[in-house]
Design a protein. Structure first.
Length: 235
């Protein structure tokens, strides 16, 4: 039953994204200053919000796993981090495409872009660290601590355009600016695509969580078999 619900959510997210894509391309007009390339924000902004939400869940799950020694929470932290990192790369890629059209360059060491890159490296380091620690308890404790503290990079990335006014455009969404900086129809489409992204994110995190739980079970069986083999040899 749960698998059918998960499949339904995934299918709904796909259909919603197709519907949104039709509205973006066929209904909404070009933006006065940027032309048609502004439509990339409908993927760029939601991808960043989605990854921030994933990293918040991952940090909370890591903190809980350390405090309660809960391996399922640790698995959730891994799943949310991996999915969040995938959406981070979507945000970086779409931002680079927009920058090439508007700025004439793929990349510049702007404050927001730099911290976005640092954030991606930080969470990639978390995933790499997990593979270097064989003991499950030590892995959960050490990598979990890094995951908790890594969220500070997310906060800096989010506030960078407020703290340092460099080349990256300022905030445009009404909840950050008090309104007036973006057409309501364009802002509404951004929220709708965010909802579709979150539905897709839910499916991906759930699937990845199941995989991580299966891997943890398999790892436990291997460790148990190895221990029994050693006992048999020494005995």
């Amino acid at each position: 039953m749960f698998d059918k619900i998960l499949f339904g959510v995934g299918a709904a997210s796909g259909l919603y994204l197709v519907r949104n894509l039709y509205t973006m391309l066929m209904v909404l007009p070009d933006e006065a200053a940027q032309g048609m390339i502004y439509r990339i924000m409908f993927f760029h902004i939601p991808s960043w919000w989605t990854c921030f939400i994933c990293f918040f869940i991952a940090g909370a799950a890591s903190g809980y796993s350390i405090a309660k020694k809960n391996f399922r929470a640790d698995s959730l932290a891994v799943a949310a981090t991996e999915v969040g990192l995938a959406f981070t790369f979507v945000g970086l890629a779409t931002g680079m495409i927009w920058a090439k059209i508007i700025w004439g360059i793929w990349w510049t060491w702007d404050a927001r872009l730099t911290w976005a890159f640092i954030t991606a490296l930080t969470y990639a380091a978390y995933l790499m660290m997990r593979n270097m620690i064989p003991d499950p308890n030590e892995r959960m404790r050490v990598s979990g601590a890094l995951n908790v503290f890594s969220f500070a990079s997310v906060v800096i990335c989010y506030k960078a355009i407020d703290w340092w006014r460099t080349q990256h455009p300022g905030a445009v969404m009404s909840f950050r600016t008090g309104g007036g900086n973006i057409d309501p129809a364009m802002e509404g489409m951004t929220y709708q695509n965010l909802f579709a992204f979150l539905m897709l994110c839910l499916v991906l995190v759930t699937v990845r969580l199941r995989q991580e739980e299966s891997l943890r079970t398999l790892e436990g069986m291997r460790r148990l078999a190895f221990t029994r083999q050693r006992i048999a040899v020494l005995g």
